[in-house]
Design a binder for this molecule. Structure first.
Ligand SMILES: C[S@@+](CC[C@H](N)C(=O)[O-])C[C@H]1O[C@@H](n2cnc3c(N)ncnc32)[C@H](O)[C@@H]1O
Length: 279
């Protein structure tokens, strides 16, 4: 299967993921020391919302489309500013992927490592960052790249794991293995894993696994835009954060209600933030 993120770019799950990604990067760039950010499943880095793929389903209308033009929209820290900066004429046409948002946040002496397996997505990434020496594009399996590249020489930084979940629940097995290896090679790295929620029952084994270690602190943020009573649709999504930066829980606690109120697709929409381990 060839997952195309363009169909989903800017949807509620992207808004949730990217708002949290920027909060994490902001927390990590408070200190001057250089850091390295890995995006194991990078996508193409930037999406045109008026192109066929994004336009056909129009998922972005239920995501960034609900926030972009709204003067009353909660600021969600820097997230909305970052999206507006990609659309300087004030019309929403472009949605940045995680690589572009990270590149715009990182400093001159930080590095960004991007992994992507699909030919055209990797080519688009190379073109986008051709003139940015901080950014390294690897056309290879993101999990294998982590095994080869951790720990980075900077010893500080973030790994974003955002797979397409084509293997459905089987993807969690690969993520658990990657986190175990990540902990063995780079125990102080911050690891952020995005996951879809169709039903909470399907997520529970993954949570139980991480609650048992090896990371001492594991925080989970979740947003359900619908109740999780239908296993056939994407009801919500979550971000599991191992080694969360200091006070990120307070930041997320103020962001999640704002995300829920703007992105809800049902009166039963909900959010939750909880420590799986630590605190
Ligand atoms: C959910 S999208 C990534 C979106 C991106 N992180 C963002 O937020 O803008 C997942 C991407 O992973 C790519 N992919 C699939 N399997 C992969 C693998 N084993 N290693 C690296 N990339 C992979 C897909 O081609 C797809 O572009």
């Amino acid at each position: 299967m060839n997952y195309r993120h363009a169909f989903h770019a800017g949807n509620f799950a992207d808004v949730f993921k990217h708002a949290i990604l920027l909060a994490l990067l902001d927390a990590l760039t408070v200190k001057d020391k250089p850091l390295c950010c890995f995006d194991t499943h990078a996508g193409r880095g930037r999406y045109a919302l008026d192109e066929v793929e994004a336009g056909k389903i129009g998922e972005w209308r239920g995501g960034i489309g609900r926030l972009f033009d709204d003067p009353e929209a909660p600021p969600l820290l820097r997230y909305l500013d970052a999206i507006r900066a990609c659309n300087p004429d004030g019309t929403l046409r472009t949605y940045p992927g995680s690589p572009l948002l990270a590149a715009q946040t990182l400093r001159a002496n930080d590095r960004l490592v991007l992994c992507e397996t699909q030919d055209d997505e990797a080519a688009a990434l190379r073109a986008l960052f051709r003139e940015d020496p901080r950014v390294h594009v690897h056309q290879r399996d993101g999990y294998a790249a982590l095994r080869a590249l951790l720990p980075p020489p900077e010893r500080r930084g973030l790994v974003l794991i955002d797979p397409p979940f084509e293997a459905q629940e089987g993807e969690f097995t690969a993520i658990e293995a990657a986190l175990a290896q990540g902990h063995a090679r780079w125990p102080s790295g911050v690891y952020a894993v995005w996951y879809p929620i169709k039903s909470h029952r399907a997520i529970a084994p993954f949570h139980r696994h991480l609650a048992a270690g090896p990371f001492e602190k594991v925080l989970v943020a979740e947003l359900l835009v619908q109740p999780d009573d239908s296993p056939l649709r994407l009801n919500g999504c979550g971000m599991l954060i191992a080694n969360p930066p200091w006070k990120i829980d307070a930041t997320l606690a103020s962001m999640l209600p704002a995300l829920r109120s703007r992105l809800a697709q049902s009166p039963a929409a909900s959010h939750r933030l909880r420590w799986l381990r630590g605190e």
